[in-house]
Write a protein that binds this ligand. Structure first.
Ligand code: E4P
Length: 216
């Protein structure tokens, strides 16, 4: 299972890389806006420091605009994956870009048939948003189960990125189902490592070790 970091924050990406937990990065316009910096500069830096796929999202809504943006984004580096929204125009763009050898990540997927259509169009990745479904009282992980089964039925090579992750249980469930990738906010990435009993255990071992000093 690959871990991507879901952020446009350079410090978080660098820390995640140091932790050895960054197989790739996903960004979106909201995450870039949060940084309050020149987005073009931020994008260029992310593409240059990450040794893995970096998803960058188009902001055009029409086929022609999406294709043009995708071509200039993909020229930024061999690791760029262009994020295209799941719309009729988007699916048309994915077909064209796939023929041109440009990698795409179809985003804002909320039901399994959208993922099937994106895979048929030649998407390299699909991004089902599970947290946003949970937020409206739908079981987000249910669509991951369905997409894993559907892609398996037909042998699609499109990879599933579990997106809109809110907590470690989302990552655990995605791993149990066998999703290819989880894209994880930095705070959740850190939560994956720790456990209070690990900390208590270390303290107890060190305290017991200290008692040996009095015996020497
Ligand atoms: C995925 O590619 C998106 O950037 C992200 O996971 C959206 O998450 P959110 O629902 O927390 O905004």
């Amino acid at each position: 299972m690959k871990f991507f970091i879901d952020t446009a924050n350079i410090e978080e990406i660098k820390k995640g890389i140091d932790m050895g937990l960054v197989d790739g990065v996903t960004t979106n316009p909201t995450l870039l806006a949060k940084e309050k910096k020149d987005p073009q500069e931020v994008i260029r830096e992310i593409v240059s420091i990450v040794n893995g796929p970096v998803s960058l999202e188009v902001i055009s809504k029409d086929y022609k605009g999406m294709c043009e943006e995708a071509r200039s984004l993909s020229a930024l580096g061999g690791n760029v994956v262009v994020k295209i929204p799941m719309t009729e125009e988007g699916i048309k763009a994915v077909q064209t870009l796939s023929r041109e050898g440009i990698k795409t990540n179809v985003t804002l997927i909320f039901q399994p048939l959208q993922a099937l259509i994106a895979a048929k169009a030649g998407a390299s990745y699909v991004s089902p948003f599970i947290g946003r479904l949970d937020d409206i009282s739908e079981r987000g992980m249910g669509i991951i189960e369905d997409i894993v089964m559907i892609f398996g039925n037909y042998g699609f090579e499109t990879e599933i990125i579990v997106a809109s992750i809110r907590n470690p249980v989302h990552v655990l469930e995605a791993a149990r189902i066998g999703a290819d990738i989880a894209t994880i906010p930095f705070a959740v990435l850190r939560q994956l490592i720790g456990h209070p009993l690990t900390d208590i255990g270390i303290e107890r071992f060190l305290k017991d070790w200290e008692t040996l000093k009095n015996k020497g």
